[in-house]
Design a protein around this ligand. Structure first.
Ligand SMILES: *Cc1c(COP(=O)(O)O)cnc(C)c1O
Length: 471
């Protein structure tokens, strides 16, 4: 593609993006295509000769678009949000155009230095002490893997990378039964083994880790010759928003010399509002934490903020310095690839800079407060309706509910049918979870485009489809 065509088609793409955003509210939220429908329209082999951009673009609209679920839709109430504020999209266009690899300071000094400053802005915005330094990872999964590897190496005196794990006692990691699957995966990949991930039971309405059971498990493991290394605490679990007592966990960890990582991938964004910080009290004393600006805050995926108290432990765990990567004579500069698992790194700080300047923290706080207020209101309205009950109370903007027509039918099957009816209808998108073994329908508000009226639509759609299925 020559530069003139690039200019024309890139402009067309931006026009398309603006039209797409403007038309979203009229589209069904979840893709309505059956399995295989997209693949069936794509040739099995790549073309030998170049094709016209006009044809490629037309096929994008004809074949791909109908198979897309619209994550920026104002009535996307499924999973967790993955907001891409237009201002952060603009930054991503610039980043794509420059396509720099930002693994070392010298491979793009501005990217490294902006990343350092943006992590300071974000640290202050969520009220963390200045003892924390930050790095932007691609995902919370990567940040948690880096944290689990750091726990492992710290417990092994930084010998595990060299010796392998067979030479050492079994490393033990502790987390509640409400933590995200990324913790299980991190433990697998770190070679620790799933059997050495101790799932501590949870209790109470917050579904918080039982801190006394944690202390007992650590003592028993140590007495059996195992090597307790670290704890992953959960603030805002994906199922129903479980919140651990981070301060209690940190106190146990300090007594036993363990590392604490806090997974606040979704809920962490809300900490820009001081009134929500009681939820993660104690996090200021943890060793590391992750929160995803690419979820609720509006930074286009991928942008995962990983804060650490002791970057040296992280760098000792992850840094490999082959000769060609050494930045001779420039010691003291940060090379963020040494803080991350992949070597190659996108320039992710630019979209955070655009985002925080384009909205200001005040506007982002107002958005989060609205989402929290509106979903509390919806939870209240639903619970007041006959045949509806809340399964879990709102945690920030997330709650779960169940419908019971009261005629003794199988409620798991009924609520899955209700969910399917809602998602086939297209005006909303919701997902399910299991609470104490039984199906519940999750609701979270977090899209930047959501208005209070969209939650009124949600109320009407849920109630009317539930009535329809009850006869
Ligand atoms: C979304 C989420 C994750 C995973 O985040 P990725 O960035 O997709 O890896 C982990 N933990 C919690 C609590 C989450 O909400």
């Amino acid at each position: 593609m020559d530069n003139q065509s690039f200019r024309e088609w890139a402009s067309r793409a931006v026009d398309w993006a603006a039209d797409y955003r403007a038309s979203l509210a009229q589209q069904p939220v979840r893709a309505q295509t059956p399995p295989g429908a997209t693949a069936a329209q794509i040739p099995a082999q790549a073309p030998e000769s170049p094709e016209e951009m006009r044809a490629i673009f037309a096929d994008f609209e004809r074949i791909i678009l109908p198979g897309m679920t619209h994550w920026q839709h104002p009535r996307f109430f499924a999973y967790f949000p993955a907001n891409a504020s237009p201002v952060s999209v603009i930054a991503e266009i610039l980043v794509s155009a420059m396509a720099a690899q930002c693994m070392l300071w010298q491979t793009s000094p501005a990217a490294t230095e902006l990343e350092t400053v943006m992590m300071q802005w974000l640290r202050q915005a969520v009220g963390l002490p200045d003892a924390f330094q930050g790095v932007i990872q691609d995902s919370a999964s990567s940040a948690t893997l880096a944290a689990v590897l750091t726990m492992r190496e710290r417990a092994l005196g930084f010998a595990g990378n060299k010796d392998g794990l067979a030479a050492h006692p079994k490393v033990r990691i502790y987390a509640s039964d409400q933590t995200h699957s990324s913790i299980d995966k991190a433990v697998w990949i770190a070679g620790i083994g799933h059997d050495n991930l101790v799932k501590v039971p949870t209790a109470g309405p917050a579904r918080a880790m039982d801190v006394d059971a944690l202390a007992v498990a650590i003592s028993n493991d140590r007495a059996s010759g195992l090597l307790p290394a670290g704890i992953v605490a959960c603030v805002g679990g994906t199922s129903t928003g479980a919140v651990d007592d981070v301060a209690g966990i940190v106190a146990v960890a300090r007594r036993h010399g363990l590392y604490v990582h806090v997974d606040a991938a979704w809920a962490g964004a809300a900490m820009i509002c001081p009134e929500f910080r009681t939820l993660w009290a104690g996090t200021e004393s943890a060793d590391s934490l992750v929160l995803n600006p690419h979820k609720w805050l509006g930074a286009q995926f991928d942008c995962s903020a990983h804060f650490v108290r002791d970057p040296d432990a992280l760098v000792r765990t992850l840094a490999i310095q082959p000769e060609f990567l050494k930045t001779h004579g420039r010691e003291g500069l940060i090379n963020y690839s040494e803080w991350s698992i992949p070597l190659g790194r996108r320039f992710r700080a630019l979209k955070l800079w655009f985002l925080m300047r384009g909205h200001g923290l005040g506007e982002l706080r107002a958005m989060i407060r609205n989402h929290v207020r509106w979903s509390h209101k919806l939870a209240h309205r639903l619970s007041a309706e006959p045949n509806f009950s809340l399964v879990t109370q709102p945690v920030l903007s997330l709650f779960s509910f169940r419908h019971d027509p009261g005629d003794g039918r199988d409620l798991d099957a009924h609520n899955l049918s209700l969910l399917a009816a809602i998602n086939d209808d297209g005006r909303l998108y919701l997902t399910q979870t299991r609470v104490e073994g039984r199906i519940a329908i999750r609701f979270q508000a977090g899209s930047m485009e959501t208005t209070e009226g969209d939650l009124d639509v949600a109320f009407d759609v849920i109630c009317s489809l539930a009535r329809k299925l009850s006869v």
